[in-house]
Design a protein around this ligand. Structure first.
Ligand SMILES: Cc1ncc(COP(=O)(O)O)c(C=O)c1O
Length: 326
């Protein structure tokens, strides 16, 4: 456990609303048996239908921080299809925060996507801004609230800003709890963990809370995502201490990211990917989707025999996002 104090009313509400810990499910496949692999899926997609997967993990300590500061309003950022906007709007409804979404694209409105429609129904106030305004607000952590106020006219009293994708040092603590659940459920740390990489908050949280024994393998879902390497570095430096209180030492960090498994770029699909997902979903009792988990599972099946040592325990993180399937 980390030592961040959790607001007690907030904690009680978490267990009323969310299904935690999420199950760790064995993935059966004759291919794995031949290699002596034990493969499991961490079913974070089951945490909640609207605040699913890594969204909850990254929001938890941000919302807790807001409660502890007495903030009543959460302001955050995203695009018209953002899972983070969707989950933050739902979390606001369940945990009693007003929410504001600053949306990239002043040509949009609340009917432009299912995400925006849902967010607005949850009570999220949406502000549509130009790409330049969006960048100015998002990339200026100093004076961020006053810049937001200047550009949108929003009332910023009692507000907390959560960054795009929910990724910051507080997100890493929530992801660390997922790793602790895995160790408890497996009885030991896994030899490998696979996860998708978008803004790199999830992989950074896993790296920050695992040690050298576990190799963390990220699958980047964006084209030319190599800049995220610096993002991981910055997040780890700003965190410096893991959930377990271990001082992060670069010598203990054991990870790699597969940068070329994006199938053309963010939200792009190849025929190979679509066929893989359709077959996988037909043969299993749970589903993967094409934007994050599908690309990660695809890369795992493609590379496991060359990347993974025989007789290892492997955990694949299902980060949710299943509404993208439909
Ligand atoms: C469903 C889903 N899976 C995975 C990711 C990637 O996680 P991260 O942005 O922390 O790298 C995201 C985006 O945050 C997501 O929405």
């Amino acid at each position: 456990m980390n030592d961040i104090p959790v607001n007690s009313a907030f904690s009680e509400r978490i267990y009323q609303i969310l299904s935690l810990p999420s199950p760790l499910q064995k993935l059966e496949d004759a291919l794995f048996v031949a290699n002596g692999l034990k493969v499991f899926v961490k079913r974070d997609d089951l945490i909640h239908p609207e605040i699913s997967g890594n969204k909850w993990r990254k929001l938890k300590y941000n919302l807790n921080d807001a409660k502890n500061q007495g903030a009543e309003q959460i302001i955050t950022f995203g695009g018209a299809y953002s899972n983070h906007i969707y989950a933050t709007a739902a979390a606001g409804k369940y945990f009693g925060f007003k929410t504001v979404g600053i949306i990239r694209g002043d040509e949009l409105n609340e009917k432009s996507s299912e995400t925006l429609r849902f967010a607005s129904e949850c009570g999220m106030k949406l502000h549509f801004v130009t790409r330049t305004e969006y960048r100015d607000m998002r990339e200026n952590p100093q004076n961020q609230l006053s810049i937001i106020h200047e550009l949108t006219g929003l009332d910023i009293n009692n507000s907390k800003v959560i960054p795009e994708g929910g990724t910051n040092h507080l997100a890493l603590a929530g992801v660390g709890e997922m790793f602790e659940e895995i160790i408890y459920q497996l009885g030991s740390a896994p030899d490998y963990i696979f996860c998708p990489v978008g803004t790199a908050g999830t992989i950074s949280g896993i790296i920050a809370n695992s040690d050298k024994k576990t190799k963390v393998i990220g699958v980047c879902v964006l084209k030319n995502g190599q800049y995220l390497f610096n993002e991981i570095d910055t997040l780890l430096k700003n965190t410096s201490v893991s959930n377990a209180g271990r001082i992060l030492n670069p010598a203990n960090i054991n990870f790699e990211v597969l940068w070329n498994e994006h199938h053309g770029g963010y939200a792009k699909k190849t025929l190979e990917l679509i066929e893989f997902i359709s077959k996988f979903n037909a043969e299993h009792d749970f589903s993967i989707e094409p934007i994050y988990s599908g690309k990660m599972f695809f890369a795992f099946y493609k590379y496991f025999s060359s990347l993974i040592e025989a007789n290892s325990k492997v955990v694949l993180i299902h980060t949710g996002g299943l509404r993208n399937l439909f």
